[in-house]
Design a protein around this ligand. Structure first.
Ligand SMILES: C[S@@+](CC[C@H](N)C(=O)[O-])C[C@H]1O[C@@H](n2cnc3c(N)ncnc32)[C@H](O)[C@@H]1O
Length: 311
């Protein structure tokens, strides 16, 4: 496989303005962690810049994506170390002090293109939705052991679905009747029954809600943004692209916490300077021309911090 076999799909990637590299500033010889390798688009840009004296550490929970990226990046040989794991485990990997940590959250295009993964409502397939097909429960299994309250919570919290109580009740009744929600088609039909002509607006929200729940995406992200900054060298930079407000809020809050100086409770004076500074006062968003080329980019927000000194 050659580089040209891969469409240019990396959000805020090389060739776009703005782009993540203008903020993360990779240099020759850098040690970089890409926590969401995907098809290796951003990773390849990093590798070209850091050169043979640099090293890329690459994580993905999805073995298929890891294999595709490995084939794409094979020309960089020993300059890449791959980890098939969830990025929530970053702290437990053997990693050196890093110059750059990067994550581009969520789904990759093969997840949607391969209907058998259960992420899309456009075709009928088992309701799976796991990034890692080998671990944990599928969405169908998760739903079959969920209460009506659990389902309602997932719909409203992770999908911000309007009328979530009615849908939760319909889904729960279906499960109790023994009909089950084994397939994307079965889930789609119930959403259509409940929402009628508005189903097309609600379906992406419902699928997002169950996908976030089944992969515990917010739990994994919280663990990652709590643990990973400590792996940065002085001057090292960390950036995260998120795709919905729940993720963006978490990243914003954690980066703000890391960049806040410690105050003396008694005097109110600064007792310890913050170890990190924020590099993106406002989140970086894709240009209109990028969104026109790649509609998936439209909700992307990129935030970054730099390590000023060690704690
Ligand atoms: C948006 S894609 C990354 C695309 C990549 N930056 C590129 O340019 O090709 C996100 C990738 O992160 C992976 N992923 C999502 N959540 C993950 C997690 N918690 N741990 C590890 N990988 C994860 C998905 O399997 C997917 O391959």
């Amino acid at each position: 496989m050659s580089v040209k076999d891969f469409p240019h799909i990396s959000v805020l990637g090389e060739g776009h303005h703005p782009c993540v590299f203008d903020v993360l500033l990779p240099e020759k010889g850098n040690k970089v962690l890409d926590a969401t390798l995907g098809l290796g688009g951003h990773a390849e840009s990093f590798l070209r810049t850091i050169g043979p004296s640099g090293h890329l550490y690459a994580i993905d929970a999805d073995q298929d994506n890891l294999d595709t990226a490995k084939a794409r990046l094979s020309i960089y040989g020993g300059n890449v170390t791959y980890f098939h794991t969830n990025f929530r485990n970053t702290f437990h990997l053997e990693l050196p002090p890093l110059d750059i940590i990067f994550a581009d959250l969520g789904l990759s295009s093969p997840h949607l293109d391969d209907a058998s993964r259960g992420f899309t409502f456009h075709e009928d397939a088992p309701l799976d939705m796991r990034f890692d097909k080998l671990k944990g429960q599928s969405a169908a299994e998760m739903l079959s052991s969920s209460s009506e309250e659990d389902i309602a919570f997932m719909l409203v919290r992770y999908g911000e679905v309007r009328g979530y109580r009615r849908l939760a009740s319909a889904l729960y009744q279906e499960l109790r009747r023994g009909g089950g929600l084994a397939t994307t088609g079965a889930l789609r039909r119930i959403v259509e029954r409940v929402y009628g002509y508005k189903a097309n607006i609600v379906l992406p929200q419902v699928f997002q809600a169950f996908r976030i729940a089944v992969n515990d995406e917010l739990g994994a992200l919280q663990q990652f943004i709590t643990d990973a900054p400590a792996l940065l060298k002085e001057g090292g930079r960390m950036g995260v692209i998120s795709f919905h407000s729940l993720e963006d809020r978490m990243v914003k809050r954690e980066f703000k916490r890391l960049s806040a100086p410690k105050m003396d409770e008694r005097t109110g004076a600064i007792s310890e300077k913050a170890s990190f500074s924020i590099l993106t006062k406002k989140p970086v968003a894709p240009s209109l021309s990028e969104i026109a080329q790649n509609p998936r980019a439209r909700s992307a927000k990129f935030r970054a911090i730099v390590r000023e000194h060690s704690a």
